[in-house]
Design a protein around this ligand. Structure first.
Ligand SMILES: [Fe+2]
Ligand SMILES: [Fe+2]
Length: 175
């Protein structure tokens, strides 16, 4: 399989399992929040889901791809701008965003979607070791790894996947 065919395959899996989230009005709001550098939370979350699928296939980890995609898309579903100290609704601990945003993301995700236990574990534990309690399932370990990889690449401005995400609309209407 060529690199382009692999990329297309990953996109298909991402849309297949992520379409409910990717098309939801509230998830689309994450286009408006900055994660690292000038990358939005939307772009970051799609990057993490994409990377998690690749790591799973590379390691033959046999994760549930549906839970991997849904958990990765929602892992940073905190829905506020964490760069604005205390001014943005929902940012209750502005100085401790790193510690508290997984529980805010989980609360929002539980409100808007029906989640499995693994999807909840992915969201709750993705900041490990900050969260102290380690992930319970392999899906959560893989998303934790994918998130750290993507965050580092994005912060350094090295994420080539950014170009792909930026120009690809992931909603159902876009092909
Ligand atoms: Fe996060
Ligand atoms: Fe993240």
């Amino acid at each position: 399989m060529t690199r382009e065919e692999k990329r297309k395959k990953i996109r298909e899996i991402l849309k297949k399992h992520g379409h409910e989230i990717l098309n939801s009005h509230s998830f689309l709001k994450s286009h408006g929040f900055i994660q690292h550098g000038d990358m939005s939370v939307y772009e970051h979350s799609v990057n993490v889901a994409d990377r998690a699928l690749r790591i799973n296939r590379f390691l033959h980890a046999k994760c549930s791809e549906r839970e991997l995609v849904r958990g990765a898309l929602l892992h940073d579903y905190f829905l506020y701008d964490w760069h604005i100290d205390g001014k943005d609704k929902g940012n209750i601990h502005p100085k401790l965003h790193g510690f508290f945003h997984p529980s805010t993301a989980l609360k929002n995700a539980n409100r808007d979607f029906i989640l499995t236990d693994r999807e909840k574990d992915i969201i709750k534990k993705h900041m490990w070791p900050l969260t102290i309690v380690p992930p319970l399932c392999r899906e959560a370990w893989i998303v934790t790894l994918a998130d750290k990889y993507c965050s580092t690449m994005e912060a350094l401005g090295l994420h080539r996947a950014r170009i792909k995400v930026k120009y690809i609309d992931m909603t159902d209407d876009a092909e």
